[in-house]
Design a protein around this ligand. Structure first.
Ligand code: SG7
Ligand code: ZN
Length: 248
């Protein structure tokens, strides 16, 4: 790892520089089945406009934890979720993968089981806030959908962007034509774990209403290997950059 939050500046040291890290709301968590309770008031997650057209380009970038420009979706009619206390508009999605020396890379675990990878679709509360940066530190600011990824059947949906990642072997960006983001989610959107938590990385703001789908999705071993071969760094982002505004 070249720099960033790993090594001597790793997770166990975050709280020194970021007061919110390690707090009561810190995500991720181990989801323990004996602590779960059924909440009959929860509704299935409803998604809108997840089916991006090919001319809605996605910027696929390997951020290597470096501070990049943040972006936000301006239009509330764009990719969003409902059936939560507010409308939440998608700002970006990203993955947490294992590195070659630590094959499993999911952040959330279920009864201590770690999955191969995890996808997060980050949304901000567009009823109350104009953009991501206004929402990021507010207690009702964000809603993230988490998808656990296991090695198994080949995923045509993931291939839609995996085939482009050669372009971002080290660091940098590549444009990917929009596709149906719904296909990256599990079939069932009515079974999920819900809790109040935080950003999983510094500054760890306790601003995230978490939804982790109960059912995982699969990608093939080859698709994972492809990933491991290409990345020394364990995270990269897909930024949905249309209609986006740079906030640098
Ligand atoms: C990754 O995880 C990036 C961050 C993200 C963070 O480091 O995807 O995104 C940007 C734009 O820096 O932070 C505010 C935000 O989305 C934490 O997100 S997460 O809690 O969903 N893992
Ligand atoms: Zn994440």
């Amino acid at each position: 790892m070249s720099h960033g939050w790993n090594g001597p500046e790793g997770e166990h040291h975050w709280s020194k520089n970021y007061p919110y890290c390690g707090g009561t709301f810190q995500s991720p968590i181990d989801i323990k089945s004996e602590l779960l309770r059924f909440d009959p008031t929860l509704r299935p997650i409803e998604i809108q406009n997840y089916n991006l057209s090919p001319n809605e380009q996605l910027t696929l970038g390997n951020n290597g934890h470096s501070g990049e420009c943040k972006s936000s979706v301006l239009s509330t009619k764009h990719m969003h979720i409902s059936s939560l206390p507010h409308h939440y508009t998608a700002a970006q999605l990203h993955f947490h993968w294992g590195s070659s020396n630590r094959a499993a890379g999911s952040e959330h675990t279920v009864n201590s089981k770690q999955y191969a990878a995890e996808m997060h679709v980050v949304h901000f509360n567009s009823d109350k806030y104009p953009n991501m940066s206004m929402a990021v530190d507010k207690s009702d600011g964000l809603a993230v959908l988490g998808v656990l990824i296991e090695v198994g059947e080949f995923s045509p949906a993931f291939e839609q962007f995996l085939k482009f990642i050669n372009g971002i072997k080290y660091r940098g960006k590549v444009q990917v034509p929009g596709f149906n983001i719904r296909a990256l989610l599990p079939a069932r959107l009515d079974e999920y774990y819900r809790y109040d938590g935080s950003l999983t990385t510094p500054p760890c703001y306790p601003s995230v209403l978490w939804t982790v789908f109960r059912n995982h999705v699969t990608i093939s071993r080859k698709q994972v290997l492809h990933q491991l071969e290409l990345f020394f760094l364990s995270r990269f982002d897909i930024r949905i950059n249309k209609p986006l505004r740079n906030e640098c």
